[in-house]
Ligand binder design. Structure first.
Ligand code: SF4
Length: 242
């Protein structure tokens, strides 16, 4: 972000842009992979939108990018791009079985959560995912580590029946404050071991901090993003709370 003057806020009025705004590297990478795949002129399928930005999705659709709800819509082979949220291994296997070539655009930070969840589960830990169970990223994590339990607030953590060793990981866009509360609630319990792996994405933290800071210093705050985006909704909540 530039200075206030660059953002048109010199003299106390104008438009200011929050620190960390814009498309994160994981989504930029997925867009780049999609663009490269589309160069051949063949259709590229994707289970759900690649980015929660209707204009960008429309532009990609013009090049042959097809958003589908189910693999049944990807008739007769072609390519399936896994978006930055990742995908359940079972769905990937089914796609391969249907003759679809896989282009994996899972964000490396999301991949890290998946890998950690698998390793912790295999090591005998009860894996807890701080996140929203219906979110595609969380569904993909659970696809990799099916025994993991998903909770989205500290009260849910307190209600969990737990014993032995537990490990806490987070959906990459989860609230850092809520994650800390959940970790503290686990540590208060009588458990053999509590391992906390903060897997929240730094780009998300930076974006949330920048938006919340700016919201406290302006008269009107606009959060521009997709209504169905977890990131956008979290930013709107944080700004509204200021
Ligand atoms: S984990 Fe972070 S960098 Fe990766 S896609 Fe999500 S917000 Fe973007």
């Amino acid at each position: 972000m530039g200075s206030d003057a660059q953002n048109g806020s010199a003299g106390g009025s104008g438009i200011r842009v929050a620190e960390g705004s814009g498309v994160c590297f994981g989504v930029r990478r997925a867009l780049r992979l999609a663009e490269t795949a589309l160069e051949s002129g063949e259709a590229v399928y994707c289970l759900g939108p690649l980015i929660h930005n209707p204009q960008e999705m429309e532009r990609l659709a013009g090049k042959g990018f097809r958003v589908i709800e189910s693999l049944d819509e990807a008739g007769g082979g072609g390519r399936l791009l896994i978006r930055s949220h990742g995908l359940q291994p079972g769905v990937v296997a089914e796609a391969r079985g249907r003759g679809l070539e896989i282009i994996d655009a899972t964000c490396p930070l999301v991949r890290r959560v998946q890998t950690l969840a698998v390793e912790l589960q295999e090591a005998g830990d009860r894996v807890i995912v701080a996140g929203d169970a219906p979110h595609p990223e969380v569904r993909a994590i659970r696809g990799h580590a099916p025994a993991a339990v998903v909770v989205n607030d500290v009260e849910a953590v307190r209600r969990l029946a737990l014993s032995g060793r537990v490990a806490l990981v987070a959906q990459t866009t989860f609230s850092p404050g809520a994650f800390r509360d959940m970790a503290a609630a686990l540590r208060e319990r009588d458990l053999e071991e509590v391992r906390v792996e903060d897997t929240i994405c730094a780009a998300t933290v930076e974006r949330q901090r920048g938006a919340a800071d700016l919201a406290g210093h302006v008269d009107v705050m606009f959060v521009i993003g997709g209504r169905n985006s977890a990131n956008t909704n979290r930013l709107a909540e944080l700004c509204a709370a200021r």
